[in-house]
Structure formats: C-alpha cells, structure tokens
Write a protein that binds this ligand. Structure first.
Ligand code: ING
Length: 303
C-alpha cells in the first residue's frame, strides 16, 4: 500500500520592501491555486515568505522590524491565505517572523507553521541555528543580523503526525547541520520541510560563494539519504533589496536523489508525488537502527 502525497515546493522571487502584505499574499495564493491544479495536498512556502528578509539590513532599533512580524498565526493579514487553502483542501507550511510575549518579555523568532488540509495549525517550529553576526558591519555589502533580531528557537525538533505520515520542519541554516536531520530521523520523521533565504555571497568567507548551490544541495541530499526522509527545500530566490539569493528549490527522495527542482529565480512550483513508504528502504534497509554501529558506540561509551 503506497502512501503518496502530492507536494509542491513553492519558491518565490524577491519580496521588495515596497510590496504590500496583501500583494505578497496574492502571490502565495496564486501558487496555492496552481498547486491545486497540480493535484497537490501540501505546499511548502519559504522562510520569511511574507516579507523581505530584513536581517539583511541594519536597524538601529530592532523594534523597527516589527512591521515584518506576525503577532498571531493566522492573523488578520494572513487569514486570507488560510481561508483559501482550506477552501482548496490544501495544507501548507509557512515561514514567517514571529513576535510573541513570553512571560512579559517580547521575543522574536524565525518561525514556521504546518497547516493541515482543513486549516488547522498542527505544527510549529522556531529556527534553531541563527547564522550571521550581532554587530553592524557597514563594510559588508549586506548584513546578516538574525542573531540580533531573533532568539534561538526553543521548541526543539518536533515531529508532527500529519498528511498521513510523520512531518518535521527546519529553517534555512538548520539544513546545514546534520544533527537537525538526525534528531528528526530518530523520531521516525519521513518528510522534512525547509524554507531558505540564502545569499550567494558570504562576505567573511567569499571562497564559498562559487559553491553556494552545491553546499545547499549537498546538505539536503545528505540529510535525506542518511535518515531515510523526503526533504523539501523552498527558496526565496533572486535579488531582494540588493542581495542576490540562490534558488535551487527542490524535492529530494530518501534515496538522496533530486526528484524535482526549480529552473528559475522567480515564483515557481516544484511538484512531485512522494511515496512516504519509500523511506523504509533506507530507514530499515540501509540504516537499521540496531546494528553493529550501536554496539560499537555502546562499547566506546562504556570504555
Ligand atoms: N541564510 C544562510 C543559510 O544558511 C548562510 C546563511 C549562507 C550561512 C551560507 C552560511 C553559509 O542558508 C539563512 N537565512 O540562514
């Protein structure tokens, strides 16, 4: 018996500061409708899908960025997306900047929610790995101030029962760290959804620039194969507020093979029918949990 699910990685091009939230929602809703026409049940939107990636510029007062944050999900500005998705019977994953009052303190997180086909929010994740720097670096062509603007995620690496399987979420830089996939994989996760805003240029380490697409793909393929999971990456692509960001939205199978990928740097759906049962070959065949590896590690730990 197969457990296939039609999945669309919803890559979007730049979201300029000049674009209203309603205009951005219209772009996301258009992609939802296109996914429905493509017989998809799940659409994966990118990291900070509703706004420009504001950690790329310096703000004297971090509160100036609160115009890009959501105080509830759904909220007044995102409700139209939830309503249309429920009307179409499509679920989605949405990355956004979260502002929350935790015990009287305002906290900001780089977050994502998982929404089932009936419109229920069934999963919530906050980005664990915040790259970049705390300080303003005016000599750089752009900033990466996630460490200053966001708190590290405090929800761990949860796996949610949804879409007929076990689903987890990561956000952007998380995808470079093998332990993120392992934490999800050891919980039986079969499908990982990842949005990303990835500049081609790394100011402090420009020797990595030529490898930006390769390192992105390598991270997804390794995570998928070594944990027997489908991995879906959805980009915010193109030149956004002067920052060139890679595309490379793709759906990677548990075998590590790229099943489908984007070909543009604009709004584009990458669709594939994913059989969640395909995870078994790698979870139980290639990487069985009880094997010599565990015995050896246990002996090492005891020594
Ligand atoms: N962006 C980048 C990412 O991890 C980065 C930052 C790029 C870190 C290249 C290291 C190397 O894809 C976000 N938003 O995490």
């Amino acid at each position: 018996m197969t457990r296939t699910i039609g999945i669309a990685a919803a890559q979007i091009g730049p979201v300029p500061r000049s674009q209203t939230r309603a205009e951005t929602l219209d772009r996301l809703i258009a992609l939802l409708r296109q996914a429905k026409r493509g017989d998809c049940e799940l659409v994966v939107f990118t990291e900070c899908a509703l706004t420009p990636f504001f950690p790329h510029w310096w703000s004297e007062d971090p509160a100036a960025n609160d115009i890009y944050c959501e105080r509830s999900m759904p909220g007044p500005q995102t409700q139209p997306l939830f309503d249309e998705a429920a009307r179409l019977g499509i679920g989605f994953c949405l990355g956004y900047a979260e502002l929350v009052d935790e015990g009287g303190s305002i906290r900001r997180y780089n977050s994502a929610v998982l929404v089932e086909r009936d419109g229920r929010v069934v999963g919530h994740y906050r980005k664990t790995h915040l790259p970049g720097h705390f300080d303003h670096r005016p000599g750089n062509p752009f900033q990466n101030l996630e460490k200053l603007y966001f708190e590290p995620g405090n929800l761990g690496f949860p796996v949610f029962e949804a879409f007929g399987g076990k689903v987890g979420m990561l956000i952007c830089n998380d995808r470079r760290w093998p332990e993120c996939y392992r934490c999800l994989g050891l919980q039986g996760c079969e499908l990982v959804l990842i949005g990303f805003n990835t500049p081609r240029h790394y100011p402090e380490f420009p020797d990595t620039d030529r490898l930006a697409d390769f390192h992105h793909q390598l991270s997804l393929q390794a995570g998928a194969y070594q944990n027997g999971m489908w991995v879906v990456g959805a980009a915010k692509a193109g030149v956004e507020e002067g920052v060139e960001q890679i595309g490379g939205s793709m759906i990677v199978a548990p075998s590590g093979e790229v099943a489908a990928r984007s070909t543009t740097l604009g709004d584009e759906l990458v669709i594939h029918r994913c059989d969640l049962n395909a995870c078994r070959t790698y979870k139980e065949g290639v990487f069985p949990s009880r094997n010599r590896r565990v015995d050896q590690f246990e002996r090492l730990l005891e020594s």
